[in-house]
Design a protein around this ligand. Sequence first.
Ligand SMILES: [Zn+2]
Length: 222
Amino acid sequence: MTRSLPENYREILIGLGEDPDREGLLDTPLRAAKAMQYLCHGYEQSLDEIVNGALFASDSDEMIIVADIELYSLCEHHLLPFIGKAHVAYIPTGKVLGLSKIARLVDMFARRLQIQENLTRQIADAVQQVTDAAGVAVVIEARHMCMMMRGVEKQNSTMNTSVMLGAFRESSNTRQEFLQLIGRRSKCHNYNREWRASGSRICACAPLSGSTRTRSSTSRKC
Ligand SMILES: [Zn+2]
């Protein structure tokens, strides 16, 4: 941690009209700095270090899915948390990645300042890069505190993003199999068309949990 981080938090307290010398706040600048540093520890990690040689030879060419990976990140616009889950799938071509590595890889990118769209793309690209897979799919469903606690204050909105590479982008059967396996049998008629067109999209459908939808300007009701 740079020495100035706790000092900057002290300035923030003053800026908010607080007295940083009152008893309850005496240690807050240091605690807040440590917490923020932990929430951003992904900057100190690299893909090589995460994978650490845990790539294994395999004849399997079946889809491998790691679903419901817990995800905690901070939005880069407001420094407020967004929380959700990631579903990652790939189709190996001779190499498989240790399962825990997928979760650690998600965490490495999530523990940086992010927007959900970029996070989804970074995870997909990293899995592709490491495994040289025939296809990679990543779906993230998350709730954004910057939307729930401020602004429009929509308590039940979930934002869904996805990136489909290779076989997941080219084959609607492969894509549908993945979506069914992660339990998001989409009612959205735009899924297939838009994925084919761009390889990624923000879905404006209500997720199966029944929550209502996202703030993104590129999304729409369907
Ligand atoms: Zn935000």
